[in-house]
Design a protein around this ligand. Structure first.
Ligand SMILES: NC(=O)C1=CN([C@@H]2O[C@H](COP(=O)(O)OP(=O)(O)OC[C@H]3O[C@@H](n4cnc5c(N)ncnc54)[C@H](OP(=O)(O)O)[C@@H]3O)[C@@H](O)[C@H]2O)C=CC1
Ligand SMILES: Cc1cn([C@H]2C[C@H](O)[C@@H](COP(=O)(O)OP(=O)(O)O[C@H]3O[C@@H](C)C(=O)[C@@H](O)[C@H]3O)O2)c(=O)[nH]c1=O
Length: 259
C-alpha cells in the first residue's frame, strides 16, 4: 500500500525541491503538499483536524522561519513557528501515529568546536534563530518516539527560494563587487541531495529514529562558496574580496561542519 506523506512549508526551497523530484508518486509514496496559507503550523486548531481527517504515515516538516537576521530583531516570530508550531505538529503526529521528519540546522551549535559536530555533541545556539530551532527539536523529542530530526547546513537550491547561492548570482549579474566573510566554515548543501536523503528514510522504512546529520561534502567558508558560485557561472571577472568581521545583526557560529 502507498505511504501517505504530508509536506508542510511546501513553498520553501526544500518543499519545492521535494515536490519537483518526488511528487509523481515514486517509490510508492502519495504526497500532499501544503503551503503556509493552506496549513499554518502555528494554528493548533487547524492542524489537529487536518491530521485526523487525512491519516498520513509521514510528515516532512519543511515549514520554518529562516530569516536569521530578522529573527534577532523580532525573535517572537521565530519562536512561534520554529518552536511552538513544531510542538503542535509533533502533538498532531503523536495523536495520529504519524512519523515526523523534522528539519533542523547546524546553527544549533555554537561553532567553538574545532572538529566536525556529531549527533552526540551538545547544542548551544548563539543566535535567536538557532535557539528557536533547538527548542523545536526539544519539543519533538519530548513528545514523540517515532521521529527523525535531520540537521543540515547552508542549504541552497539553484532554482527555488532565497539563499546565499542565489544572492551571490544576483549581485554578480548586476556587476556588483562582492565583500564576503571568510570567518565561518561549513558545508553548503544542495536541497536536491537533502530531499533524496529524506525520501530514502521513508523508502527504506527506516526505524532508526532520532537525530541525523546530513550535509554535502566539501567544507568551505562563505567566501569560498561565493568563489565557487562565480566560477560555475563564469563570473570570475567580478571583484570578490574577503571580509574579516563582516557586520551582521545576528552572530553566526564559526564552524558548523556536521559529521
Ligand atoms: N535555508 C537554510 O540555509 C537552512 C535551512 N534549514 C532548515 O531546513 C528547513 C527548510 O528550510 P528552507 O526550505 O530553506 O526554508 P524556506 O524559508 O525556503 O521555506 C520555509 C517555508 O515555511 C513556510 N512557513 C513559514 N511559517 C510557516 C507557518 N507558520 N506554517 C507553515 N509554513 C510556514 C514559509 O512560508 P513563507 O515564505 O510564506 O513565510 C516557507 O514557504 C527549515 O527547517 C530550516 O530551518 C537548515 C539548515 C540550513
Ligand atoms: C549576502 C552576503 C552575506 N555575507 C555573510 C553574512 C553571513 O555571515 C554569511 C551567510 O549569509 P546569509 O545571510 O546568506 O546566510 P545565513 O542566513 O547565515 O544562512 C543560514 O541560514 C539558516 C536558515 C541556516 O539554518 C544556516 O545553516 C545557514 O544556511 O555571509 C557576506 O559576507 N557578504 C554578503 O554579500
Amino acid at each position: 500500500m502507498n505511504k501517505r506523506v504530508l509536506v508542510t512549508g511546501a513553498n520553501g526551497q526544500l518543499g519545492k525541491t521535494i515536490n519537483e523530484l518526488f511528487a509523481k508518486n515514486k517509490y510508492g509514496l502519495e504526497f500532499t503538499f501544503v503551503t503556509k496559507s493552506e496549513l499554518d503550523i502555528t494554528k493548533e486548531a487547524d492542524l489537529k483536524p487536518f491530521f485526523k481527517n487525512n491519516k498520513f504515515d509521514y510528515c516532512i516538516n519543511c515549514a520554518a522561519y529562516t530569516n536569521v537576521e530578522q529573527a534577532e530583531k523580532t525573535p517572537e516570530i521565530a519562536y512561534k513557528v520554529n518552536a511552538e508550531g513544531v510542538k503542535y505538529l509533533a502533538e498532531a503526529c503523536k495523536e495520529t501515529d504519524t512519523v515526523l521528519i523534522h528539519i533542523s540546522t547546524d546553527y544549533v551549535f555554537d561553532g567553538e568546536k574545532t572538529e566536525p559536530y556529531t549527533i552526540k555533541d551538545i547544542p548551544n545556539p548563539i543566535n535567536e534563530y538557532g535557539k528557536s530551532k533547538l527548542l523545536g527539536e526539544q519539543h519533538v523529542q519530548d513528545i514523540l518516539d517515532d521521529y527523525f530530526i535531520v540537521r543540515t547546513s547552508w542549504l541552497y537550491s539553484k532554482q527555488y527560494g532565497h539563499n546565499f547561492y542565489k544572492t551571490i548570482l544576483k549581485k554578480a549579474k548586476a556587476g556588483e563587487a562582492l565583500l564576503i566573510t571568510d570567518d565561518q566554515l561549513g558545508c553548503p548543501t544542495n536541497t536536491e541531495n537533502l530531499a533524496k536523503y529524506i525520501i530514502s528514510l521513508i523508502a527504506i522504512k527506516s526505524k532508526d529514529y532520532g537525530i541525523k546529520h546530513f550535509c554535502d561534502e566539501g567544507e568551505m567558508t562563505w567566501y569560498g562558496f561565493a568563489k565557487n558560485i562565480l566560477k560555475e557561472h563564469l563570473y570570475e571577472h567580478i571583484k570578490l574580496v574577503k571580509a574579516k568581521n563582516y557586520r551582521t545583526f545576528a552572530r553566526r557560529p564559526k564552524q558548523t561542519i556536521l559529521k
